[in-house]
Structure formats: structure tokens, C-alpha cells
Design a protein around this ligand. Sequence first.
Ligand code: ATP
Ligand code: MG
Length: 178
Amino acid sequence: MQDQPQPDQGPLAPEDVCRVLTRGPVGTRRLGRLLGEALQAGDVLLLDGPLGAGKTCLTQGLAEGLGIPRQTAISSPSFTLVNQYMGRLPLAHADLYRLERPEELSELGLWEAAETGSVVVIEWSSRFPDEMPHDHLALVIALRSPRTRELTLRASGPRAKTRLVELERKLPAEWRRQ
Ligand SMILES: Nc1ncnc2c1ncn2[C@@H]1O[C@H](COP(=O)(O)OP(=O)(O)OP(=O)(O)O)[C@@H](O)[C@H]1O
Ligand SMILES: [Mg+2]
């Protein structure tokens, strides 16, 4: 039944959640590119999902959507913790997988970057969920087969909701029907 609450969608209204299936890295990159085109200065995107899910792959597309030159290699910031790039807006790309204590998070300067107009993308935010800003987009990638990924994007907070609406407007028809 259409108007029954969906148990896996928490307190969010159905319109605050967007689900897309991709059948290879090109699709995930494409979704990232659409997101990168929609994001605005100060937006925070949390990226979660198991090792090899496609978080960095999505960020590569997102960087393209932000106008970061294609030849710039966007690699996993697993050891550097944060990488910074310059496009139509600056991008701060973080990976918290190896971070041990929540106090270390403040040293990364992510919130200052958001305040000064960067787009902030955080892989493995699930390591420190309580430290994340209230208003954010959260994208969880689940492996459905070696090449199929289910990407669930949730908006929390008014700013993220506005961005999700903008993204949905840009989604190709075949994704909207999934
Ligand atoms: N549909 C898909 N979407 C994204 N990546 C896919 C897909 N199908 C296969 N892949 C492959 O999965 C891998 C994803 O790697 P990626 O580094 O993006 O993962 P990650 O989530 O960032 O991992 P980590 O947690 O180690 O940082 C790539 O090798 C990519 O080619
Ligand atoms: Mg990664």
C-alpha cells in the first residue's frame, strides 16, 4: 500500500529519500556528477557503505560535477584523511576509516571548510555519527551483486532537503522509475 510508512525510512518522509540502482562504476559516477552539479557552498555529504562499495567512485563523479578538471586524480584520502580540490566550489574530501578518536575530527578542519564555502564529502561518517552536522545529505551504498549497487540518499535538515529536490529534478527518467 502506497501510503503505509516504510519501516527502513526512519522518521523521514518518503520525499526526503531517493533510491537509485547502478549497474557499474559509470552509473555511480554519473549520480555523483549530478550531485556535484546540484551541491552548493557549505553542503555536507556523508558517504557510507562497506569497503569497495563505491564511495570514492561517487566522489570522482561529484568532483566532475563541481567542475574540478577531469585530469585531477581524485583518490581515496585513506591516509591523508582529507584532500582538497578547487572547482566551481572548493571540495574537501575526507575518509574517517582510520580515525581513532572523535577529538581528531576537529583537527581535520572540515566544519571550518564548510563554513568558508567548501562542499564537504565524508567517507565512513558512520565511524562518528554523533559528530556530524545536523543538516546533511547521507548517501549509503549497498552491494547487491559484484557490479550492482543500491544507493540510498537521505536528506536531514532544510538545506539538504532543498538539494535533494534539486537532484531529483535532474535524475534521468529511468532512475526515477526504479
Ligand atoms: N555499480 C558500481 N558502483 C561503484 N563501483 C563499482 C560498481 N560496480 C563495480 N564497482 C567497483 O567497485 C569499486 C569501488 O571502489 P571505491 O574505491 O569507490 O570504494 P569505496 O567505497 O570508496 O571503498 P573504501 O571504503 O575502501 O574507501 C571500484 O573498483 C569499482 O570499479
Ligand atoms: Mg574510498
